[in-house]
Design a binder for this molecule. Structure first.
Ligand SMILES: Cc1ncc(COP(=O)(O)O)c(C=O)c1O
Length: 278
């Protein structure tokens, strides 16, 4: 039984007492949007950016979030206090209730829940092996990549579930063999001094991705462009980045091993410093 405290539509409650009807619209029709946020030493990292993206995602799905950013920020901080957490993962979930069992969602109201759980940093030195995902990412006209929405994660789940046993995560490709992202993080590649990352056409506009580009690579050339699977063998190194995974060096994709780049270790180090100083 969980002793953790969560928040649902204005009230703090035990996490295991948060109730959602089985007829919840978002459960059947993947209309929830959410944010996964980290705190380090009790300080919530990039909270304003996460709240901004939550609003964007909510707007795309027509959610009327009945709480201001200030209120949600205060809830995040209060949950850390109530749960005695410093290094934590906070999830803000916005979903439609059970007013309509059809996909049309007529009369459904938007609900909000916030959870906090202990989540220590992985720390430096984490290396992952990727395998091409069994499922391809649909073209941009077929999926709302601009939103952080539950519908994205059906393919993450299906592909992760069927990944080879020696892979830590999957790498999604487009239907034309362009690299997109992993199941839950963005991907970067390094060739010499040049850093390359796929555009966000078929990937989430990650807050960590933006942090890496804007704050951790001063004076470096960062190319945001299409990256084809056939190019992977030309790169020296690669890394994944995201709130949950932080920065993790990629050792290999399928049978393609990256020799390694000192730049990756630099970025891991710089990110570790940044999250602790913000
Ligand atoms: C599919 C996907 N891509 C990328 C990311 C990285 O996004 P962020 O850096 O905002 O956590 C996430 C994590 O939320 C994700 O789920």
């Amino acid at each position: 039984m969980s002793e953790l405290i969560a928040w649902q539509d204005g009230s703090f409650t035990r996490t295991d007492e948060v109730r959602v009807s089985a007829q919840t619209h978002s459960l059947s029709y993947a209309t929830s949007v959410y944010e996964g946020i980290r705190s380090y030493g009790g300080s919530v990292f990039k909270l304003a950016e996460h709240l901004r993206r939550l609003r964007r995602s909510a707007d795309l799905f027509g959610h009327a979030v009945g709480h201001s950013d200030e209120e949600l920020a205060a809830v995040c901080h209060r949950l850390l206090e109530l749960n005695g957490l410093t290094d934590a993962y906070l999830k803000i979930l916005v979903y439609y209730d059970d007013a309509d069992v059809s996909f049309m969602g007529r009369g459904c109201a938007s609900r909000t829940a916030v959870f906090a759980l202990p989540f220590p940093s992985h720390g430096p030195g984490r290396r992952v092996r990727l395998a091409t995902a069994e499922w391809r990412r649909p073209p941009a006209a077929c999926h709302p990549y601009q939103a952080k929405t539950s519908s994205t994660y059906a393919l993450s789940y299906l592909s992760y579930r069927n990944k080879p046993a020696d892979a830590d995560d999957v790498l999604f490709l487009s239907t034309e063999d362009r690299v997109c992202e992993s199941s839950g993080s963005n991907v970067f590649f390094v060739a010499g001094d040049v850093v390359v990352t796929p555009t966000t056409e078929l990937a989430l506009d990650g807050i960590t991705r933006r942090t890496v580009i804007d704050e951790l690579l001063p004076g470096r050339t960062v190319q945001e462009r299409d990256v084809h699977y056939a190019e992977l063998a030309d790169f020296d190194g690669a890394f994944l980045c995201g709130t949950a995974i932080e920065i993790a060096e990629v050792e290999a994709v399928d049978g393609i091993r990256f020799p390694g780049s000192p730049l990756v270790a630099e970025i891991v180090h710089a990110y570790g410093k940044l999250v602790r100083s913000s």
